[in-house]
Write a protein that binds this ligand. Structure first.
Ligand code: HEM
Length: 487
């Protein structure tokens, strides 16, 4: 069911006021914050308000707020349908400066004073420079990407297998893949993207992953539901004030020196070919490496392995395994690289479906450059005022029943065939349609293609190596090694 809604978001139309209110000062934002983190959770927060207002565009407050987030204005225009969401991708309509994670901007001290490209708007000339540099890094990385990924996945699976085999009772065996997967992601990204091998620096090798985890957490926790301590404490300790950067400064400095020394070739490309100073280059590399790439994959790949490995999905796994082995050829020889995974239609469709249902970066923000009319399905139109902050919630926009059949169901073959491919324009995980192209002139993820291909390669590696596997959440409970039949 493919609608024809994309209309110019600025065309004149009969508009209606945006429903919803921000409530009384302090109390309204506080109530919404507690709903968001505690009483409802993000998904319910957006669903209930859309249902109450009978509208997929409405006003709400988004955390963090109150009492110590001074100068952070939590008022947003929430957008939760596939049609209106496209306004967030239009550089003519929205300003993306300082809105990566919402109205709250973590201290620049997290990046030694550099405002990295991801926080810049398309109209800032430094954005084009840093974006072009990221695209360039990825292009150069393509040569070694698949081989580095396979090597790191190999180490990860060897570690997980060992863990699983150690279990005294094989029937109840279980081995967490979270930390091994993060180590794998860190290692292959450092080598492929930055050309720096963590093994060259003992401290980075041992602690790099944990440094990045802490660095990410300190920036993101004020905006995230964490769920590891009782909620009242979480509200008090994690959601009431900006978290300090000095805690992780020694770790960040260690990574800075690592990139300076072992990633010197990448830094020099930034300086010589993109006119970026050395310090800004290193901070941008660390942000893309640590936040975009390591952070993004650390969320997305566990979702993917968990979905494919769910108990009861044996039939899906059998079909994926057949496809992977057919494309890679018989025996154990075939290698999953960019070309091979392009031919794995079901693997690809499954990856898109995971990205549709569980987008790793669920919220997108953009500030209206001017007054404009925001269009939604069925001619609905809303007046947005200059300076208002749009907040798109992808998990609902990508379950929009006007676009997707059985929107709440995991349908791995959804994107197969011509009709399936036509739906890719509504897959927004990369901050743009899956049919779009990242460029220095827009804010779409520089690694849009690479992320999907990497996910496909991971699935392919799993089925090259195992006849079947199963997961319970983020642990493997079964890894059936492939039986190689002698030819
Ligand atoms: C699963 C992994 C990833 C996910 C989910 C992801 C997602 C995203 C999203 C949603 C944005 C837009 C943020 C916004 O402005 O609202 C973005 C931007 C960006 N991503 Fe990714 N990303 C991933 C991996 C990567 C990797 C591997 C790179 C490596 C170069 C990368 C580089 C970038 C850059 C440079 C931007 C900024 C674009 C701009 O400022 O115009 N991302 N990413």
């Amino acid at each position: 069911m493919v609608p024809s809604f994309p209309q110019p978001a600025s065309a004149a139309a009969a508009t209606r006021p945006i429903p919803g209110s921000y409530g009384p000062p302090l109390l309204g934002p506080l109530r919404d914050r507690l709903d968001y983190f505690w009483f409802q959770g993000p998904d319910d927060f957006f669903r209930r308000r859309a249902a109450d207002h009978k509208s997929t565009v409405f006003r709400a407050n988004i955390p963090p707020t109150f009492p110590f987030f001074l100068g952070v204005d939590p008022r947003v225009v929430a957008v939760v349908d596939a049609a209106a969401f496209t306004a967030l991708f239009d550089p003519a309509l929205v300003d993306k400066r300082d809105v990566l994670i919402g109205p709250y901007v973590p201290s620049l001290a997290f990046t030694r004073g550099t405002r990295v490209g991801v926080y810049l708007d398309t109209q800032d000339p430094d954005h084009a420079r840093t974006k072009a540099f990221s695209i360039d890094l990825l292009r150069r990385a393509a040569r070694n990407w698949a081989a580095e990924l396979r090597a790191a996945v190999d180490d990860m699976l060897a570690a997980v297998e060992e863990d699983l085999n150690r279990a005294p009772d094989p029937a109840a065996a279980s081995a967490s893949y979270l930390i091994p997967l993060q180590k794998c992601i860190f290692r292959f990204l450092c080598k492929a993207l930055v050309g720096a091998d963590p093994a060259a620096d003992g401290l980075v090798d041992r602690f790099g992953v944990y440094i990045l985890d802490v660095w990410l957490a300190l920036q993101l926790v004020p905006t995230q539901k964490v769920g590891v301590i009782p909620q009242p404490l979480e509200e008090l300790l994690f959601h009431s004030f900006p978290l300090p950067s000095f805690v992780v400064k020694p770790g960040y400095d260690l990574l800075y020196r690592f990139v300076e020394k072992h990633g010197a070739a990448a830094v020099s490309i930034a300086e010589k070919e993109h006119g970026i100073s050395k310090e800004e280059a290193i901070n941008n590399i660390l942000f893309v490496l640590g936040f975009n790439a390591f952070g993004g994959f650390s969320v997305f790949l566990p979702f993917l392995v968990m979905e494919v490995g769910k108990p009861g999905r044996d039939d899906l796994r059998r079909r994926l395994q057949e496809e992977v082995r057919r494309v890679l050829g018989g025996g154990d020889g075939g290698k999953a690289g960019f070309a091979a995974v392009r031919e794995m239609a079901l693997v690809r469709s499954t990856v898109y479906e995971v990205l549709r249902m569980q987008p790793p970066v669920p919220l997108q923000f953009g500030r209206a450059r001017r007054d404009f009319v925001l269009r939604s399905h069925g001619g609905a139109a809303y007046e947005v005022g200059k300076g208002e902050l749009l907040c798109g919630y992808q998990p609902l926009a990508m379950r929009d029943p006007a676009v997707f059949d059985r929107p709440e169901e995991f349908v791995p073959e959804r994107f197969l065939g011509d009709d399936g491919e036509a739906l890719l324009q509504y897959v927004y995980w990369s901050n743009g349609p899956e049919t779009g192209e990242p460029s220095p002139g827009n804010k779409q993820c520089a690694a849009k293609e690479v992320v999907v291909a990497t996910a496909c390669m991971l699935v392919a590696e799993l089925f090259r190596r195992y006849d079947d596997f199963e997961c319970d959440g983020t642990s493997f409970t079964k890894l059936d090694k492939r039986e190689l039949t002698p030819s």
